[in-house]
Design a protein around this ligand. Sequence first.
Ligand SMILES: [Zn+2]
Length: 390
Amino acid sequence: MTSTLITNIGELVTNDPALGDGSFLGIVHDAALVIEGEQVAWVGVASKAPPTDAREDVGGRAVVPGFVDSHTHLVFAGERSVEFAARMAGERYTGGGIMTTVAATRAASDTALRAHSSRLATEMLASGTTTIEIKSGYGLNVPDERRLLEIAREFTPETTFLGAHVVPPEYASDRDGYIDLVCGEMLEACAPFARWIDVFCDTGAFTAEETRRILRAGVTAGLAPRLHGNQLEHGPGARLAVEFDAASVDHCTYLSDADIEVLAASDTVATLLPAADFSTRSPYPDARRLIDAGVTVALATDCNPGSSFVTSMPLCIALAVREMRMTSAEALYAATAGGAAALRRDDIGRAAPGARADLVLLDAPTFVHLAYRPASPIVARSWKGGNVRG
Ligand SMILES: [Zn+2]
């Protein structure tokens, strides 16, 4: 197995407090890192690096763990710029536009869906994202939900069945019939291609009882739960997520003190999606309240054509710092280790021996530039499983 030394790293963020300066980011200055095959084999001060087959000097720049985008709806067709423009002209977002994307997605060929997803995944990798989660939810019938997950599987093992995104119009007068379908034939067809089950538990989407029923069916089929919740109003999402030991509850804009207390005492991550709040001109979640209470926070793009047509994790970091009052360090941690926790993975989200060699080289002396220089192309390159990409 070939070993490569990456050396002259001015600032290496490991996310392993045992390795670095004692902070939760585990920063090592004047650092080096050895990649062996798909993994990180060694991390430390450059002067103490072991001999390797190959060597690369990165000129004093910063290296951080690859971003983990734990919430995307990447497989879809069409775009909704008209809806965006209308919303920016003053209309309130209520989630009604999802059916526009469902219609376009159902009509698209596999080849077109695959090509579009590939273009977005390439954009993500170029901005430093080395792991993505992808949800279904724009098929809303058995063959299309299954097809979306089959295509998603070509891009990531982190695939999520979201048949319970909204009730499609053909079931408008038979909600229970749709939920029967989601929990029955649709789940059976989709489960082989999914790791997770998700429900949009919010105003205008699914109620607490419906969510419970769908999650129970998913868990019985071998899927692990996660939830969309507390995006549009106060509601039961966060508490339900904890009740089911979900890996994550996503959005979390409207949380009560009781919700936060329950989350803090659980293994459920609060995933914040600032690009969605930005793109819908909605209030940002109170990240400080969550972090100060001890809740694990993740950041993700929520990439989708309606409420967040954003692929950039650096933009999410910048928004989290500027608009949500997270520190630069907290935002980077949430976009890497936080995302890994939201996918219940310990092999990603850190740059430490034994982890996957998923890394990002920044054209900057420090990770702080991710928020300090928003929209600048400071991601120089990514390594995914030890291979240079982007
Ligand atoms: Zn979403």
